[in-house]
Design a protein. Sequence first.
Length: 164
Amino acid sequence: MQNTPSDLFEDVEQKVLIKLWKNLPEFKLNQEKGKFRTWMSRVIKNTLIDEIRSHKTRSQSNQKFQEEFIHQNNQSSELEELVEEEWKIYLTHKALEKVKVKFKGKAIQVFELSMDGEDAETIASQLDLKKNTVYRLKKRVQVALREEIQALQHLLEGTDHVSS
């Protein structure tokens, strides 16, 4: 029975999850060596390389498949970009949860409506506010959110700045 690329991807995915599950309790953040997501990317990349090497030794007759598999999965920069993007989304959601409890009234509503693409005039009309109040509330939430993201980054990654 011949493995398909899909089967191999599933095998790699399972092996990565097992490695992360086993090693995460012992993981200690070393700020000199890098960020958590860097470690996680390295685990994924190394598992993928190990699987490719293992596959090569099991099936030398399938050279074309191996080359295609290596080519498709040797795009570590794409993987790192994906991990980075997911990490930013996670941090933003966690920060927003914390920021929401800090504001009373309509500030969060203003911010969320503006993130949904509503303009200040529409928001002011919907929430019975003045247009300049909409701008002020949105700015306050943005500042608090940015500060919370930086605090979370510092706590979880050991950094003092927001990645762009």
